[in-house]
Design a protein around this ligand. Sequence first.
Ligand SMILES: Cc1ncc(COP(=O)(O)O)c(C=O)c1O
Length: 522
Amino acid sequence: MALFIGRRYCSKMPLASQHQRFCCVGTGASNQPPESLKEAESLAPDQVETLRSIYMSSSCSISYKNTGGLQITGGRGSRLIDVYGNEYLDTRNNVAHCGHGHPEIVEAITYQMKLLNTNSRYLHPNASLLSQKLSNLFPSSSRGDADSLTKVFFVNSGSEANDLALRLARAYNKKQQNKLHLQKDKQPKQCIITIDHAYHGHTLATLDVSPYKHHQGTEITECPAYVKRVPYPDMYRGVHSNCKDESEATEQYSAYVEDACQEITLNGDTVNAFLMEGGMSVAGVILPPKSYISRCVRAVRDAGGLYIADEVQTGFGRLGKCTWAFEYSNDDSDDDDDKVLPDIVTVGKPFGNGMPIAAVITTPKVASAFESLGVEYFNTFAASPVCCAAGLSMLHVLSKHELQNNALEVGSLLMKLFSEVKARHGWIGDIRGSGFFLGIELVRNQQTLEPATEETSFVCSVLKEKYRVLTSIDGFHENVVVVKPPMVFTKEDAVEFVTCFEKCLIDLPAIDKLHQLGKTPT
Ligand SMILES: Cc1ncc(COP(=O)(O)O)c(C=O)c1O
């Protein structure tokens, strides 16, 4: 089999007409571009690439650069269409939550844009209603209203949401210190506990708590002293992968958080917050063992800290079984749900189905600590009527079409199909996750778990080039194919995907030929 399937730019019709066709397919919009977009639409693919390479930084990465990149110009549901008219199955987009170009969402955004788009200093029904609907998606706290997640801050991105969450935790902590009239000779460090290989954003504060980026080559190469990093609770290849069961894994991994709390306190510093995704995304779909989060949260709260749940990737029903990933590993036998109810939750990516809207949801107790500092929180684009229309519409479509249930059903089918492939081939070491948040870990050896990093890269390139299926790779060893499709992904999509995936495993060439394709940046 040829290792490299080159770019096919064979224009069967003039570019503008091709583009119009895909715009129509993608969005249902008028097939005539407005005057202001005609020049952009008339650019040939090579010109698009050249302009980007001259005027945009090469730090802004391009997916599939090793096989020529992709120019996507249209999309509908779980399909994307490139400028040459090729249709791709999208198994990786957790931003277009209800599918690409969902007509009801497009209509809501367009309707609102025609009426008005302005900032949050004006009263507007979209922002008010969306804050209520978002807050209603969380269970109320048995500790009372002050601990229920009822206060919403709108922001523009997941990074901004986590950045603000850290500010809120600092404000709360400061207030607690003041209440206790703590006079200390030295200024205590306000510490954050984060998990190894986590990613929480690209701002300075969120980079500090994102060890994933420290391994990747950024200006920050390790966590600063106020950030305590603990191992990720990986039951497959983590530091305690030899545990006999989940409860032993919980015991072992939560001990790191308990120890970190103790160490911070003994040092005279304070535990500000424990920041974690309920299902770790870039670490390669790591769902913690049962009760791990509740054990960690107990230790953190006993030390005076808050629990921040990052739901930027996993929120809004992606796991199928639950709306939020922080609920996933709760022990069902215990009816005290409150033990894992966060003090702060951050949401982003899927919230606006592609529009830049994210949010921080917190409790009146935490919000009042921030308010009491006299802070005016203003954010130019956040809570704009158009972005809030996108949020309202996404929530409406999600519930009307029961897409969380679809994630559960089709996600189970995907698991079953991948398990069958695993039984036929040696490459799949582990299949894990829930709903539309799945990780397929490839290994060269089932005993040593030697990561099949190059093979994973090869499979993803061939899936794109030969079968037109888009996937993503994550995990510490970059050997986990992460499946997180739009929530409208169908059973037929699932069968198509796994069939193509298996063909790629059969196609896997000898190791010495793997490098010819180069690394696949997904
Ligand atoms: C878990 C998690 N948190 C936060 C972020 C940052 O979100 P954004 O890219 O919208 O700033 C990401 C982005 O990938 C993420 O995966």
